[in-house]
Design a protein around this ligand. Structure first.
Ligand SMILES: Cc1cc2nc3c(=O)[nH]c(=O)nc-3n(C[C@H](O)[C@H](O)[C@H](O)COP(=O)(O)OP(=O)(O)OC[C@H]3O[C@@H](n4cnc5c(N)ncnc54)[C@H](O)[C@@H]3O)c2cc1C
Length: 503
């Protein structure tokens, strides 16, 4: 979690672009921009002393390479004819393909070191019990297996087959109908990857990264943005000017957007949701689980509530994580302040926030009660996935915070999705929202370039460079005509990232 060498701890004079925050979003956009146009002068400003230590850090998220394989919340309902619509799963799969292409190209060009440090092939498993749920999973699999993205996904109702794939899930389980699907997925250490990307950026000419400096305000000047910066250690204040700002500040994005006074931000609010994991370090248990096993979202909890039992490899160690348990918080960042939420509320967004709270009372109740749950209650949730789990093998750790964007136009509805905000004049963009998050950082960076900095793609050289990073960036991989391209780029990315699915 170290900052890059001292030479890079510097503030550039009027850089072309300022990226606020050093998480996976800014790191990805910074590298994409510098590779598109090596002359660009790029500044990264990070508030904490370590880079990517908020939501992107390995311990603060689940590390799932979201590709629609195991997340049943992306295929939640059935049509009246019984079919499960899979449009969202297809979109996320395609976006994750772009991520793998980008990381594969960064690996091939020596930007990020050994891929096995930050990405691993891990089976993505959906596990359900009870006749009705088995029926749903069968229908979901039938719909997905029709598309070549998910052609390799298997479905079984055979308990011994599931036992072979995930022994902990089946041992000690009461007899009854069960089913599982398995697809070739990944686990990603987004924090390490972000630090590697920032490390490369810091070594480039005309790029600067400062850590321990917080952007406290963004003000519009004549054709440029004025940033106020404060050093956390010394309290020193500085100003910086730039033509384009990307606010990749995670939970810190909303207060910064609010400081702009832009009309587009009027009515925008944020709703923070904390997270917690149960972690098991016992080597003899961890060695027996080698997949990410996702369940159905219980009807009592909102769409972010699906639990999963995951193998994780963080800091070279193998662990089991179960969660996330959602919790009530008023902080927008793990290292934020309790006053973050109250200070973000004003006349312009109060109505939208109240409407959201009123329409989502079960969610508010769920968050408050989740945070108060005892260890015994949490273990009950673990045992839904791992019936023989013993309390003494598990410890509770805090995960990151997600800040769900709330807009007047949504009329109180929460979408839990990830979205890109950009101002009407395209001089500032920001990443807002929760899921699928880090997995689609590359697609988000691409969207920022296409929307706000299209001139970088306006010449054959720019297009060629983007194609080198994301060969399918201007193609619809979902269309049958794209099968040969999909197969080629999928194979190439897997080879570059050394993703060898287990048998
Ligand atoms: C519990 C949980 C589980 C998740 N699981 C997954 C998963 O399995 N897969 C997945 O793809 N995604 C997952 N996500 C989402 C994912 O973690 C985030 O979408 C992603 O990490 C966001 O990256 P970011 O760069 O926008 O934000 P962050 O990583 O939070 O980075 C923002 C940075 O900005 C800095 N900053 C904030 N304010 C300022 C300021 N004013 N000035 C300067 N710097 C500032 C912060 O210190 C921080 O370093 C999960 C999230 C949570 C909370």
């Amino acid at each position: 979690m170290q900052t890059p060498p001292d030479r890079d701890v510097r503030l550039l004079e009027a850089p072309d672009i300022v990226l606020v925050g050093s998480g996976i979003m800014s790191a990805t956009l910074g590298v994409m921009l510098k590779r598109l146009d090596p002359r660009l002068r790029i500044q990264v400003v990070e508030a904490t002393k370590d880079l990517a230590s908020e939501a992107s850090d390995g311990w603060n998220n689940a590390g799932t390479g979201h590709a629609g394989l195991c997340e049943m919340s992306y295929t939640p309902s059935r049509d009246p004819d019984g079919r499960v619509p899979i449009g969202r799963a297809l979109r996320i799969f395609e976006q994750f393909e772009q991520s793998k292409q980008f990381w594969g190209s960064a690996t091939a060009d020596g930007l990020v070191g050994a891929p096995s440090d930050f990405i691993h092939a891990v089976p993505h498993v959906c596990f359900v019990k009870g006749a009705e749920n088995v029926d749903f999973l069968r229908a979901r699999h039938a719909a997905m297996a029709e598309h070549y993205f998910f052609g390799g996904m298997t479905f079984t109702t055979d308990a011994s087959t599931i036992h072979q794939r995930a022994p902990l899930v089946m041992e000690g389980r009461e007899p009854g109908p069960v089913a599982a699907t398995t697809g070739d997925g990944t686990e990603v250490d987004y924090g390490l990857l972000a630090r590697r990307l920032c490390g490369w950026l810091a070594e480039q000419e005309q790029c600067g990264i400062v850590a321990g400096w917080k952007v406290t305000r963004l003000q519009r000047g004549a054709g440029e943005w004025h940033l106020s910066l404060r050093c956390s250690a010394s309290g020193e204040e500085r100003q910086q000017r730039t033509k384009f700002v990307f606010v990749g500040a995670g939970g810190g994005s909303l207060p910064l957007l609010q400081s702009t006074g832009l009309a587009e931000v009027e009515g925008l609010g944020g709703f923070p949701i904390g997270g917690q994991w149960l972690v098991c370090d016992a080597p003899s248990i961890c060695a027996r689980h080698d997949s990410k096993v996702y369940g159905l979202t219980p009807p009592s909890s909102p769409s972010l509530g699906a639990g999963h039992l995951d193998v994780r490899r963080l800091n070279g160690q193998r662990q089991l994580l179960f969660g996330p348990f959602a919790s009530w918080t008023t902080r927008f960042l793990k290292q934020g302040h309790w006053s973050d939420l109250p200070l973000s509320i004003h006349g312009g967004n109060l109505g939208a926030l109240l409407q959201t709270a009123a329409r989502n009372l079960p969610l508010v109740k769920y968050l408050i009660t989740q945070g108060l749950k005892s260890m015994a209650h949490r273990m009950e949730a673990v045992r839904e996935f791992y019936p023989n789990a013993r309390v003494e093998d598990w410890r509770l750790v805090q995960a990151g915070v997600r800040v769900q964007a709330i807009k007047r136009a949504d009329r109180g509805k929460l979408s839990f999705s990830t979205e890109v905000f950009s101002s009407a004049d395209r001089s500032i963009a920001a990443m807002l929202g929760a899921s699928p998050g880090a997995s689609v950082a590359v697609n988000i960076a691409l969207e920022v370039v296409q929307n706000c900095l299209p001139q970088l793609l306006g010449c054959s050289e720019g297009l060629e460079r983007m194609k080198r990073m994301i060969p399918t960036f201007d193609q619809d991989l979902k269309q049958p005509a794209s099968v040969p391209l999909f197969e080629k780029t999928h194979r190439e990315a897997a080879e570059r990232l050394q993703l060898h699915p287990s048998a």
